[in-house]
Design a protein around this ligand. Structure first.
Ligand code: MLC
Ligand code: AMP
Length: 469
């Protein structure tokens, strides 16, 4: 197959060694087998360039092949969390209008073709010759909610994905000698692009785990060199007595997607002799900053802007301000939402992240908070307004405020503060939320209050509510 005209796939195959192992384990897969499977799946997809392919399936090697099959076929991948409810999923399908929806429950969806993943896994047959796609063509749409309005489809180009993977491969020194423990979900930037693309591009191997599990990770460590995870991975692993021994031959531990406590960073060093490398990214920007590979990995900071990424803070040096970034790593706008794109992405290419940061004298960036109303629970984003909208729609509820409180396991946990018009139990409220929203968005607790604290402008003061703890 000739890949040279397909920008992203070509870049991901830069260090390809066909007989090398891509997937380790009891049923190993070589790079040749992996890509050939993707080429056959690309033929089975039978799509035109630019068509969207939605994928809502459990994590599997075949799901990774579907990602690359979509790229080979010139399509646009739309990965969806299997935890989404039907109502949430319907919105994404109606907004992105995919031609193909790959799902375990293919009935009654408003798409041209809904089918299970196995229907695309023809064991024989010719693969598809990679379709030509240029750097600016869109490779994926990932939905992020937002503090106002409907969820937005973040359009990521071939260039944005390829350039960021290339940067990270170099910055973190990934080579074909590496084995990455992959325990992240593959419907978000972290597990799909950072972990998978960097490993593919380096020609490395994966210990590909279906999900995070302490014992499986400890068991895989002696066969691996690197781990990428959200902070919850690290706080949970610290509970294991055998951690120090298991981690002996590891080369690199990387954390991101949510703030890593400086105390976790220090404890990890004390227990394993390794300093976790923390980096900072987002769906719209891929990865922006990273602590250095060589040099001090400073606890509580996210390091320096990556090569090719410009970063500025809207405040005098050393003070807290809004973080903006610019570079090839950035998204190309929100799908069908030019006005939302214009709110966040300036005409000269600077993106307003919604994060607040501070840079120290040595150039290390610290994320000190968020100007956007967002809760990050176990690395997953929960937008309070999504949850408030469901609770407020209950006839018994006057209004609600959803906040994040510190949580030892998930970093933050979702709490709903509710003002009632008439009696309803917290269980009844949670039951309704559970029907409408994915489980991870559901409040862990409902608290009732007489009225919400407001400032003189009438805005709910969530800081006051958080103070209650
Ligand atoms: C699962 N649950 C969660 C949750 N994950 N609740 C809140 N927050 C989460 N993140 C729910 C489950 O549905 C279950 O519900 C209950 O919590 C207990 O589940 P668990 O077994 O403890 O959870 P587990 O499966 O172990 O998952 C936790 C986790 C996982 C932290 C390992 O959520 C995870 O892998 N998170 C990573 C997310 C990620 O990839 N983020 C990157 C986004 S990209 P119940 O009550 O039904 O039992 C990005 C950009 C960047 O942010 O910079 O990278
Ligand atoms: P998402 O929209 O899921 O891509 O989440 C991106 C958000 O996660 C960023 O805007 C940050 O608020 C947060 N984030 C990612 N990495 C870090 C980190 N290392 N430290 C603190 N926050 C982070």
């Amino acid at each position: 197959m000739n890949y040279s005209a397909n920008y992203l796939a070509h870049a991901l195959r830069a260090n390809l060694s066909p007989d090398a192992t891509f997937i380790q384990g009891p049923t190993p897969l070589t790079y040749r087998e992996f890509w050939q499977g993707a080429e056959r799946m690309a033929a089975a997809l039978n799509i035109a360039p630019g068509d969207r392919v939605a994928m809502q399936v459990e994590k599997s090697v075949e799901a990774l092949q579907l990602y690359l099959a979509t790229i080979i076929a010139g399509g646009i991948l739309l990965p969806l969390n299997p935890a989404y409810t039907r109502a949430e999923t319907l919105y994404f399908l109606q907004d992105a209008t995919p031609t193909v929806f790959v799902t375990d429950t293919p009935d009654n969806w408003p798409v041209a073709r809904a089918l299970p993943l196995r229907a695309l896994q023809a064991p024989y047959g010719a693969g598809l010759q990679p379709v030509a796609r240029a750097a600016k063509d869109i490779a994926a749409i990932l939905y992020t909610s937002g503090t106002t309005g409907r969820p937005k489809g973040t359009m990521l180009s071939h260039r944005a994905l390829a350039s960021n993977s290339q940067t990270l491969e170099d910055y973190w020194r990934f080579t074909s000698d590496d084995t990455l423990i992959h325990a992240l979900p593959i419907f978000h930037t972290h597990g799909l692009f950072v972990a998978t693309n960097v490993a593919l591009m380096a020609g490395a191997s994966l210990e590909f785990l279906p999900k995070f599990d302490i014992d499986s990770i400890l068991e895989a460590m002696p066969r691996a060199t690197t781990l990428m995870g959200v902070p919850t991975f690290y706080t949970r692993l610290l509970k294991a007595k055998s951690l120090g021994k298991a981690a002996t031959n590891m080369r690199l531990f990387i954390s991101g997607s949510a703030p890593l406590l400086a105390s976790t960073h220090r404890e990890w060093l004390a227990r394993t002799g390794h300093t976790i490398l923390e980096r900072y990214g987002m769906t719209e920007t891929n990865m922006n900053t990273s602590n250095p590979y060589n040099g001090e990995r400073r606890a509580g900071t996210v390091g320096f802007p990556l090569p090719g990424v410009e970063l500025r803070i809207s405040a005098p040096k050393g003070e807290i301000g809004a973080i903006e970034v610019r570079g090839d790593n950035l998204f190309s706008g929100y799908w069908n939402m030019p006005e939302k794109t214009a709110e966040d992405l300036r005409p000269d290419g600077w993106f307003i992240t919604g994060d607040l940061g501070q840079m120290d004298d040595d150039g290390y960036l610290t994320i000190v908070g968020r100007s956007k109303d967002l809760i990050i629970s176990g690395g997953l984003n929960v937008y309070p307004k999504d949850v408030e909208a469901v609770i407020d729609a209950l006839p018994e509820v006057l209004e609600s405020a959803v906040i994040g409180l510190p949580d030892d396991d998930m970093g933050e946990r979702v709490i709903a503060i509710v003002v009632l018009k008439s009696p309803i139990t917290s269980d009844a409220i949670l039951k309704t939320v559970g029907k409408k929203l994915a489980r991870y968005k559901c409040p862990r607790e409902v608290r009732f209050i007489k009225e919400l604290p407001r400032n003189t402008m009438g805005k709910v003061q969530k800081n006051e509510l958080r103070k209650g703890g």
